[in-house]
Design a protein around this ligand. Structure first.
Ligand code: AMP
Length: 399
């Protein structure tokens, strides 16, 4: 059991009209084809469970960041994909809380699915507007949140809406996300290794600070490693640097040492004079980055070192690529780390959209224990924060 979150299994939803906040914010190409439907697939168990219990289901999500109605951001492609995946009709509303949506919601029969239009077509969504929340809530009897990716945002369909439902709960996906993060933070099987990367220390500073007392080893790669290397006195050329965080980076290294945490930094890097696919690259020890060049990936020696370091891990949390993985030349470190993490015997949890992309591109997705569907939300959980979308779904002890 995950925690004190009210689960969909705790409530009687037989024959009810349920409102499910989903995360169908999927990537699309120029022709609006969905290029990755993982987020849509992830909500299907919750939808099926509701249908099996005789419910009628209203789905709501945002897509992109439109400020008003814009057909480019319509959820119609998501509705079509869901219909195909479930081999079942999905009725599409023309608006969010307008006449069409309200009428279709009212006439919805048991076993039917209705998808509302993009929530962001309504200005009140990002403002956590209570009027919009009330209108949305008026369509159903039960609220289910299965949109982990947006739970760190206090938006109308995530937070305000919960005030207008007596019965509310977390869907299967949300529960799973919370439960994995909880286990990591509260009782990881040891040794527990955190592998962090990505561009900036600033984006992960709080997560690092919160994780440090909990992990056995910390592996730092990606652009953020250079602020740490610089703090140790290395000459990092033009590599990514957050000068204002040098002191903070030093503190983390010292604190880690005092706590007995083994910290690993890249011992070599793939360096280039510019961050482009036609740049000439050199593999150099971290001490020998030529002046004017920048480190854009971890080098082969670092990959072997990191592989050694994770070899005895029982739990691995990975967030952030080891290099500029978008460019083939600088993707090897991330791809290799993905292979090694995937083939380890540890419980492996991957967070962050970029890292999930690396794992997918490496073909390792099936070998990872759990890939989080939310980047920002998963980081905030690891930072130890309570998410605004999750708080209202907790059981109150005296109720
Ligand atoms: P984040 O959103 O902080 O997890 O960062 C992900 C981004 O970090 C990716 O777009 C990578 O291209 C970038 N990145 C990783 N390593 C480096 C590096 N050594 N130099 C510059 N950018 C990097």
């Amino acid at each position: 059991m995950s925690s004190d979150i009210i689960s969909i299994k705790d409530i009687d939803l037989a024959n009810k009209k349920v409102f499910i906040r989903c995360d169908f914010n999927v990537p699309q190409d120029d022709f609006l084809n969905i290029t990755d439907d993982r987020r849509i697939r992830s909500v299907i168990p919750t939808i099926r469970y509701c249908l099996d219990n005789g419910c009628s289901v209203i789905l709501a999500s945002h897509l992109g960041r439109p400020k008003e109605f814009n057909s480019k951001y319509s959820l119609e492609p998501a509705a079509k994909r869901l219909a195909r995946l479930m081999s079942k009709e999905v009725i599409m509303a023309k608006d969010v809380v307008g006449e069409d949506a309200k009428r279709k919601a009212l006439n919805l029969k048991a076993g039917e699915i209705l998808m509302l239009e993009n929530l962001r077509f309504e200005k009140g969504e990002t403002k956590n507007d209570e009027n919009l929340a009330k209108e949305l809530a008026s369509m159903a009897e039960i609220y289910i949140n299965d949109a982990f990716g947006v739970c760190h945002r206090a938006h109308a369909s995530v937070e305000a809406i919960t005030k207008f439902f007596k019965i509310k709960c977390a869907g299967f996906l949300l529960q799973k996300e919370i439960s994995f993060a909880n286990n990591l933070i509260k009782h990881p099987t040891r040794p527990f290794v955190a592998v962090v990367g990505g561009s900036k220390v600033s984006g992960k500073l709080q997560a690092l600070t919160n994780l440090l007392p909990k992990v056995d080893k910390l592996i730092i790669g990606g652009g953020m490693a250079f602020t740490f290397l610089k703090a140790l006195g290395y000459d990092i050329g033009n590599s990514l640097l957050e000068e204002e965080l040098l002191e903070e980076a030093n503190k983390i290294l010292v604190k880690g040492k005092n706590l007995g945490v083994k910290i690993y930094l890249p011992v070599d890097v793939v360096a280039a004079a510019s961050c482009s696919s036609d740049a000439v690259v050199k593999f150099v020890p971290s001490q020998e980055i030529p002046s004017g060049w920048m480190g854009l990936d971890i080098g082969p020696a670092s990959v072997r070192l990191f592989r050694e370091a994770i070899s005895d891990a029982q739990t691995i949390w990975w967030n952030g690529p080891m290099g500029v993985f978008e460019i083939d030349k600088f993707s090897k470190g991330s791809i290799k780390m993905s292979h090694y993490i995937a083939e380890s015997y540890a419980t492996t949890v991957v967070g962050g959209g970029d890292t999930a992309d690396v794992v997918a591109r490496a073909g390792d997705a099936d070998e990872i224990t759990f890939i989080s569907t939310g980047g920002g939300a998963s980081l905030e959980l690891i930072e130890g924060k309570e998410l605004p979308g999750v708080k209202p779904l907790r059981m109150k002890v005296n109720e």
